[in-house]
Design a protein around this ligand. Structure first.
Ligand SMILES: [Ca+2]
Ligand SMILES: [Ca+2]
Length: 298
């Protein structure tokens, strides 16, 4: 299938641009981590308005802060650190941008750096980028793996060791969604990666180097697309797959009925996610672009 929308890297994008946050508007957000608002998170934050940090960030457990230690562009980058990842609420940092429920095109661009003393990944959680996610939680229901309680789907990038370096992989069809209302997950497999089809990058990334990650997700039940480029080289090109997750209609219903569903959202963003009993970790992001445009020049 054709490579959708990938253009040259020569276009000059301003350090921070924002068109609109309204639905059905093509929007490209550039985050070079040079401005204070690039580090704000929470429902009123200009970019990371769907952050999921599971607790305060600078409480000695985790960090999301400007750094001059390792920089791709400009004067600083974003340093993400899990200092005590063994504590349940501190094993994850997600900084996500909220999109409209009916947006179909999701681009993410991120420059990503693993420090030279990065110890590696552990257990089953090793997520670095949320390319597209859909989520809704029925109020009053427990957090158990049951689509009657909460529904959740994502296309995301993950790290796995490969010799002394790392490959990047994704699980196709990772989710628990019940769009047809029969009480059964619409996606194959069980919790986590069980039963999922995994795709792996051809190329690898190492410690102490900046790597360019580009993903494109087209949300569609039958003709979905999930593509990934590493340093401008296409690594996988999955087409004719289900990338919709929760349907537009159900997400609209959840948006319009906050008395029934909480935290309904369609998002993309950056992550630092480690496993149970994981080791402390620090990674760096710089020059992130999030877009819902049909094509992206960067
Ligand atoms: Ca920067
Ligand atoms: Ca079902």
């Amino acid at each position: 299938m054709p490579v959708l929308g990938l253009q040259s890297s020569s276009l000059n994008i301003p350090s921070y641009g924002r068109v609109s946050n309204q639905a059905n508007v093509h929007e490209t957000i550039v985050v070079d981590f040079e401005a204070p608002e690039h580090f704000e998170f929470g429902v009123t934050a200009p970019i990371w308005d769907a952050a999921s940090t599971h607790g305060s960030v600078k409480a000695g457990y985790c960090l999301f802060e400007p750094s001059i230690d390792n920089v791709h562009g400009g004067a600083q980058s974003a340093k993400l650190a899990l200092l005590q990842p063994d504590i349940d609420e501190r094993r994850r940092l997600h900084f996500e941008h909220r999109w409209s429920f009916d947006d179909k095109h999701f681009w993410t661009v991120a420059w990503y750096y693993l420090p030279t003393d990065f110890v590696g990944v552990d257990a089953e959680w090793h997520e670095i980028l949320r390319c597209a996610t859909t989520y809704m939680h029925r109020k009053g229901k427990p957090w158990t793996f049951d689509p009657n309680n909460y529904e959740w789907w994502k296309a995301s990038l993950h790290l796995t060791p490969h010799n002394d370096r790392f490959k990047i992989f994704a699980a196709i069809g990772l989710g628990q969604v019940d769009n047809d209302g029969d009480g059964v997950n619409d996606y194959p497999g069980g919790p986590g990666f069980v039963g999922r089809r995994l795709v792996y990058s051809v190329d690898t990334i190492g410690r102490g180097e900046w790597n360019k990650l580009v993903t494109y997700v087209y949300r569609d039940k039958e003709h979905g697309v999930f593509q990934f480029w590493l340093n401008d080289v296409l690594q996988w090109d999955e087409g004719e797959i289900d990338t919709l997750g929760i349907s537009f209609e159900r997400m609209q219903y959840a948006y319009e009925h906050p008395e029934i569903y909480s935290m309904a959202r369609v998002t993309s963003g950056i992550s630092l996610y480690t496993g149970i009993g994981g080791t402390p970790k620090t990674v760096y992001f710089d020059d992130v672009i999030l877009s819902n445009n049909t094509k992206l020049a960067y």
